[in-house]
Design a protein around this ligand. Structure first.
Ligand code: AMP
Length: 409
């Protein structure tokens, strides 16, 4: 397969944008999706963040709009989170820098000033609208969205949107768009509900499958069996003793646990900030910016940032707990070692996490090797017991509740 951008015969202003971002050749998802998308076909693609999927749908869409400019918004991109909306908006600005095409992100949770700006943007007719479904519907219902010129509809991280309960919103929005349009759906996983949605909204799509449910090559892993009380001391040990630690994201499943970790770290003189959905939008943006700009070394985050967020130069990801879904482990770890660099994913495993590590072993097809704890933390060392556990058999026959017997009438 030809993986050079020159084989695509793109408009020169778009080629300039691609060059300025330093893209030399297409990534696999791009060389599979872009030619079909340029020919106008609908696409369903299974591709994760980090594969170059955003440019895989932006490049052909920018090309179409350049060739066929009409009045009004041409492309609507739906995404699950505000952060992803902002990031895609930035990629459109980068790729489209020399094209004169513009984009505007629309997302909820911000102040009224931003809300007015978003209403205005919908009046301004920027070619691209990148939106989270909830806020977009709000504006649509206020009569502020005029989508009669939309001829490109893109769903990014579709699985995450469904997981967040946006299915009805997506269907509602899709129904308001013109029937004749190109639709592309990108998803990190392809559960049956995604296939079902695809059947409803895509027409004879080309399937692109870059399912890489495995870690990028540059990531090395470390696993520690450690009881809950030992996690903070071990974290402190790692960040103070390991010179190679640059910036680190500490992931945890819950907001309250993120706040707790931050407090415990600051008690030990380690400055960290938290990023989760309980924070105000402005604060989230400022934290992310500080982390991007290297003003902040430690970020404690929930899964909100495990997908989609592309920050270069994160040397370590630390899983303070093991995510239930092994795909989330891959996404979390994938925040390090971006763009072929190397990075480390460290994972703390307590008694409860052991079953989730088993799921990960199934996905990876390999056994987990555990690190031993440093000498002074040995009292927190736990034994690996998940493997020996007998399968759960319930409470036995005598507690088994039969269905109430119903008399036939
Ligand atoms: P994505 O999977 O869309 O989040 O992209 C991950 C990263 O890869 C982003 O930083 C992109 O700018 C970068 N990227 C996308 N396409 C290419 C390419 N063809 N060559 C080099 N980097 C790329």
């Amino acid at each position: 397969m030809n993986d050079t951008f020159s084989s695509l015969e793109l408009e020169s202003s778009l080629v300039e944008g691609i060059d300025s971002l330093g893209f030399e050749k297409m990534t696999p998802v791009q060389s599979e999706a872009i030619p079909s998308a340029l020919s106008g076909r609908d696409i369903i693609a299974c591709a994760q963040t980090g594969t170059g999927k955003t440019a895989a749908y932006l490049i052909p869409t920018l090309q179409h709009i350049l060739k066929n400019k009409t009045e009004g918004h041409s492309c609507l991109i739906l995404v699950p989170t505000r952060e992803l909306a902002v990031q895609i908006d930035q990629q459109i600005t980068g790729l489209g820098y020399f094209t004169g095409l513009s984009s505007f992100p629309i997302y909820g949770g911000n102040n009224s000033e931003n809300f007015s700006a978003q209403k205005k943007a919908l009046d301004n007719k920027s070619e691209f609208i990148v939106a989270t479904p909830g806020r977009l519907i709000m504006l649509m219902k206020l009569g502020r969205a005029h989508f009669n010129a939309i001829d490109h509809f893109i769903l990014d991280e579709a699985d995450k949107m469904l997981e967040m309960g946006f299915i009805e919103d997506i269907t509602y929005i899709e129904k308001q768009l013109p029937e004749k349009k190109q639709t592309m759906m990108f998803s990190a996983t392809m559960p049956p509900k995604i296939r079902h949605l695809a059947k409803k909204i895509l027409h004879n799509p080309i399937e692109v499958n870059i399912a890489v449910s495995k870690l990028a090559g540059g990531i090395s892993e470390e696993f520690y069996l450690v009881g809950e009380p030992g996690k903070i001391p071990l974290l402190e040990h790692l960040v103070t003793k390991r010179e190679e630690i640059g910036r680190m994201i500490i992931f945890t499943g819950r907001k309250d646990s993120a706040d707790q970790i931050k407090r415990n770290l600051s008690r030990r003189g380690i400055k960290a900030k938290t990023l989760h959905s309980g924070k105000e939008q402005e604060e989230r943006e400022k934290t992310l910016m500080d982390f991007k700009n290297k003003k902040l070394q430690f970020l404690v985050a929930t899964n909100v940032v495990s997908r989609g967020i592309d920050i270069e130069g994160i040397s370590h990801v630390l899983n303070y707990d093991v995510p239930q879904d092994p795909e989330d482990y891959i996404h979390r770890a994938g925040r390090t070692a971006r763009a072929d660099k190397t990075g480390k994913a460290i994972t703390f495993i307590n008694q409860e996490d052991q079953k989730n590590i088993l799921k990960l072993e199934n996905l990876n097809g390999k056994k987990t090797e555990f690190m031993s704890l440093p000498e002074d933390l040995k009292q927190f060392q736990m034994e690996w017991s998940a493997r020996e556990k007998k399968p759960f058999r319930g409470k036995g026959k005598k507690n088994f509740r039969k269905k109430p017997f119903r008399k036939k009438r």
